[in-house]
Design a binder for this molecule. Sequence first.
Ligand SMILES: Cc1ncc(COP(=O)(O)O)c(C=O)c1O
Length: 292
Amino acid sequence: MPTLSEALVYLNGEFSPLGEAKISVMDRGFLLGDAVYEVIPVFSGVPFRLAHHLNRLNNSLKAIKIPEPLEQKSWISIIEKLCAQFTDENQSIYLQVTRGISPTRDHVFPQDAKPTVFIMAKPVDMDTLPDPYQGVSAITIDDIRWRYCYIKATTLLANVLAKQSALEQDASEAILIRDGNALEGAASNLFIVKDNNIITPPKSENLLPGITRDVILELANNHDLVVTESNISLDELGNADEIWLTSSVKEVVPVVTLDNQPVADGHPGEQWKKMKLLYEDFKKSLSPQPSH
Ligand SMILES: Cc1ncc(COP(=O)(O)O)c(C=O)c1O
């Protein structure tokens, strides 16, 4: 198996080892953060919800007026080729599209720029991820991001600073607060449970429409759990029976400490345990069945 730097990545139509892939310093992704991205988990060798990720990518591209650089079938065949390099069951795909190269550094879109497309795969050792049954700590923080948080843009400086503040306070995630409402984490969506009702903020410009968030809503609806999409005030967050964070990387994890205070009794809650099992079963149901 290749090491990470030997592993092939895709850059603008070519496959080359990660250690050798280079982009121009005039690329607008580098100069201006003029780019969007996706992170796609791979379970049992199969990209999880790939069509949903590609659909969100196209929505992000459309929102910032970058033409779609590849057709669906090309994305799929490149991603399959990159994953096939590793025997690991669990991997992660990182995919980024920038507006391309400008002849000069200028805010205005260049004429006829060709989008830069970069895709890489890497194995994920699930044993090195934190044990979700221990729960995680989170802080609340003022949301200083721009208004179009539904676009999965690479301009993540506000998210980076929020996450770093969390780490400096021995927490692993920052929950972003805007106009008195808790919206999402710096790199995750937010759910609370109150009196057995699972609540998550509705999709809006203010948060990323998470692929994992959708899976959780589907699982809850399919298993007769009560679920509501409504705003979560800072007070409601503080008085929640359970708080969960979801993302492609984290899946669904319970927050057991918020701003240094225990969430309820400070242990993962019963509703989370139910959802965690549903999620694991759902993943298993997607694994390729061994042929006899
Ligand atoms: C700000 C933000 N919200 C939510 C999510 C979760 O999205 P998904 O479930 O598609 O990974 C992410 C993932 O990176 C994120 O960065």
